[in-house]
Design a protein around this ligand. Sequence first.
Ligand SMILES: Nc1ncnc2c1ncn2[C@@H]1O[C@H](COP(=O)(O)OP(=O)(O)OP(=O)(O)O)[C@@H](O)[C@H]1O
Length: 254
Amino acid sequence: MSSTTPQLGEPLMQIRNLDKSFGGVKAVDNVTMDLRAGIVTTLVGPNGAGKTTFFNLITGNLARDGGEVTWLGRDIAGIKPHRIARAGVMRTYQDLRLFDGMTVWENVLNATEYGALPLPMSSSARAERRDRIERVLERTGLADKRDTRALDLAYAERKFLSMARIMATRARLWLLDEPASGLDPNSYERFLTILREDVAGGVTVCIIEHNLDIVIGISDRIAFLDRGKLLADGDPQSVLNDPELARIYFGDRE
Ligand SMILES: Nc1ncnc2c1ncn2[C@@H]1O[C@H](COP(=O)(O)OP(=O)(O)OP(=O)(O)O)[C@@H](O)[C@H]1O
């Protein structure tokens, strides 16, 4: 897939009338939204709202029932997840999906092989990639753990390894599924710093998050899903101050 260079605020990914049902459950119901260059969009909503299913649909992990998803103007229907990743759309998973028997270094290296890199690589490209991984390990606090197996890392280190895998690629869109859940305050600050730096460097982020402090701390825009439907999509204050959405979010609906 080729790539063009959208300017700040232009749509990178356009999602139109996206649908997915599991049996009788409409997990994603006619969702239309844009993910715009350089913008942090937070997906919020109660458990079972369809947030992870939405990610699975736009990364090619699940086949949609209907609707359209374009990346840099091209329809990505039927394209395999690894090819969508290579085109610049990378994700994390709630359950992280690290390679537990591989070291930190090997986990990150593996991700760069699925990221938006031209293959095969010249020796200078390999050296550049090595430097990039070094820098990412420094920023995520994993430099001293490079030879440690993922299995032997602490909880927060595993979360950062899943971030490092994305950071080391040249992905332009990061889809993060609860990346900060359960982090201690120091780790959380490190996470926010990384996110802010990389967004300033041009990365676009869509993040699923339940913690409202985090949502307020990072969002340019909030998309609110409930029972598969996109109920709101706008600036953080207007979404968070909507009493009806608060009722749904906090479980006090009629
Ligand atoms: N593979 C599947 N098979 C059947 N039903 C599914 C499947 N995946 C999701 N669902 C259902 O689709 C709906 C949306 O689930 P999804 O996991 O996308 O919600 P979510 O907003 O990510 O929830 P949470 O915040 O709890 O992670 C739920 O009713 C869920 O039970």
